[in-house]
Design a binder for this molecule. Structure first.
Ligand code: GAR
Length: 193
């Protein structure tokens, strides 16, 4: 069976990146090869180092220059890129070099509460302010437009009258931990070449 090399991109606390790395630890055919961040403080960097996963920190300028990120992915013969709380837009050249091979997780039921500037706690605050009765996560393929690639899976949670942005975030993080790694694995296994 074909071996798949993943690059994970993260920016924040790194809980999704960590869940992915743990899930694929010792996996027979899927390997986390590279962890890339635009922040020295990304919470997943120490864990990646301790697992002997190659890490790289790129400046935002380097990520946006259409070359540096692509070069790094090619250097490490990456097959699949997973955005795990990565908050910068992926350059078009990278999207075009990895058609249907870049996966993102978004902490709402897209197309609601997606698009430029909608990430992390801002999404949960917007859901609460809109008095929504449910929210959830969307795992989708990345195209050239923010949060618009085709959906791989969506999972819902109820939003109750007593929820605020923090309690909703906790519910969403629970969903992310439960489903993201297995959905990524299933998607990779569904690819035919
Ligand atoms: C996660 O909730 C993820 O869904 C969200 O940022 C958080 C990162 O947490 N992503 C977005 O908002 C993308 N638009 P983490 O650093 O602990 O994985």
């Amino acid at each position: 069976m074909k071996h798949t090399r993943i690059a994970i991109l993260g920016s924040g606390t790194g809980s999704n990146a960590l869940a992915l790395m743990n899930h694929f630890d010792g996996h027979a055919t899927i390997q986390t090869t590279l962890l890339i961040s635009n922040k020295e403080t990304c919470g997943a960097l120490p864990a990646a180092n301790s697992k002997n996963i190659v890490t790289a920190v790129l400046t935002n300028a380097a990520i946006e220059d259409n070359q540096s990120l692509l070069k790094l992915l090619k250097q490490h013969a990456i097959d699949i890129v997973v955005l795990a709380g990565f908050l910068r837009k992926i350059p078009d050249a990278v999207v075009q070099a990895f058609p249907d091979r870049i996966i993102n997780i978004h902490p709402s039921i897209l197309p609601d509460f997606g698009g430029k500037g909608m990430y992390g706690a801002r999404v949960h605050q917007a859901v609460i302010e809109a008095h929504k009765k449910s929210s959830g996560i969307t795992i989708h393929v990345v195209n050239e437009h923010y949060d618009e690639g085709h959906y791989i899976a969506q999972f819902f949670v109820p939003v109750t009258a007593s929820d605020d942005a923090s309690s909703l975030e906790r519910k969403i993080r629970t969903l992310e931990q439960r489903y993201f790694p297995t959905v990524v694995e299933g998607y990779i296994n569904s690819l035919t070449d």
